[in-house]
Write a protein that binds this ligand. Structure first.
Ligand SMILES: Nc1ncnc2c1ncn2[C@@H]1O[C@H](COP(=O)(O)OP(=O)(O)OP(=O)(O)O)[C@@H](O)[C@H]1O
Length: 240
């Protein structure tokens, strides 16, 4: 059974259709990478899944519950779907620990002691145990992005969405964030990533989805999409 099902999703801004009937099923523990030119709709699709955008047509299901239903509670859904952006968006006036525990405490009713214990466990797991009391501006970009990923994990999401999480980083810092993503894959986390890094996508994805002007043109295992793309638009995008 799919963990996430995207069923005929359309998104329009004014008259411009940014997503055109996207269908996709994501299995538990699957890692999906969205690739495609700038403006093809990768971020918009992630934002629709996290309910940061409303869909105009179609539906999205998480564990068979329609999350795009108007009666669904966005806060409850977002507890189950973490999202991390290119710009880490940490709160500058809060320590690392407070950034991580904020949502579990304030939105999800976890006790401060429980939230702190879990945050410290995650910090230790990702090599940042000594940064709990540090403010974001004292951290490198790679460390800030790792904290942002930990913050998204702090509500124990079923699914993690990662939108170009290495694009703002100095190349030397990219690997530490990619390492975190690899470790999450090993631990069985279901993830959907939007990325421009083809070698990373090939390395980490179970499934590559190629989006072109809002249409999911082709999807399949990395070897199939990169070595034997079936659609001429995929070939054009990958090999010019
Ligand atoms: N709030 C908005 N209002 C109007 N148009 C928007 C809005 N958000 C996105 N768009 C448009 O939707 C299209 C898809 O954008 P989106 O950011 O999803 O693409 P993307 O594939 O993630 O691009 P990139 O790789 O550059 O991040 C673009 O044409 C963009 O200009």
């Amino acid at each position: 059974m799919a963990l996430l099902t995207i069923d005929g999703v359309w998104k329009r801004y004014q008259d411009h259709a940014v997503l055109r009937g996207v269908d996709l099923a994501v299995a538990p523990h699957e890692v999906v990478c969205l690739i495609g030119a700038s403006g093809s709709g990768k971020s918009t699709l992630l934002r629709c899944i996290n309910l940061l955008e409303t869909v105009d047509d179609g539906a999205i299901y998480l564990d068979d519950q329609e999350i795009t239903d108007v009666r669904a509670d966005p806060d409850e859904i977002r507890k189950r779907i973490g999202i991390v952006f290119q710009a880490y968006n940490l709160f500058p006036h809060m320590t690392v620990l407070d950034n991580i525990t904020l949502a579990p405490r304030k939105v999800h009713g976890v006790t401060p002691a429980q939230a702190e214990a879990q945050a410290r466990e995650l910090l230790a797991r990702f090599g940042l145990a000594d940064k709990a009391a540090t403010y974001p501006d004292r951290l490198s970009g790679g460390q800030q992005q790792r904290v942002a990923i930990i913050r998204a994990l702090a509500t124990n999401p079923r699914l993690l969405l990662l939108d170009e999480v290495t694009s703002a980083l100095d190349p030397t810092l990219v690997n530490e964030v990619l390492g975190v993503i690899r470790e999450l894959k090993q631990s069985g986390m279901t993830m959907i990533l939007a990325t421009h890094e083809m070698s990373f996508a090939r390395d980490i994805a179970d499934t590559i989805c190629f989006l072109d002007q809002g249409t999911l043109v082709e999807h399949g295992p990395p070897a199939q999409i990169f070595d034997t793309p079936q659609n001429p638009r995929t070939r054009e995008f990958l090999y010019g």
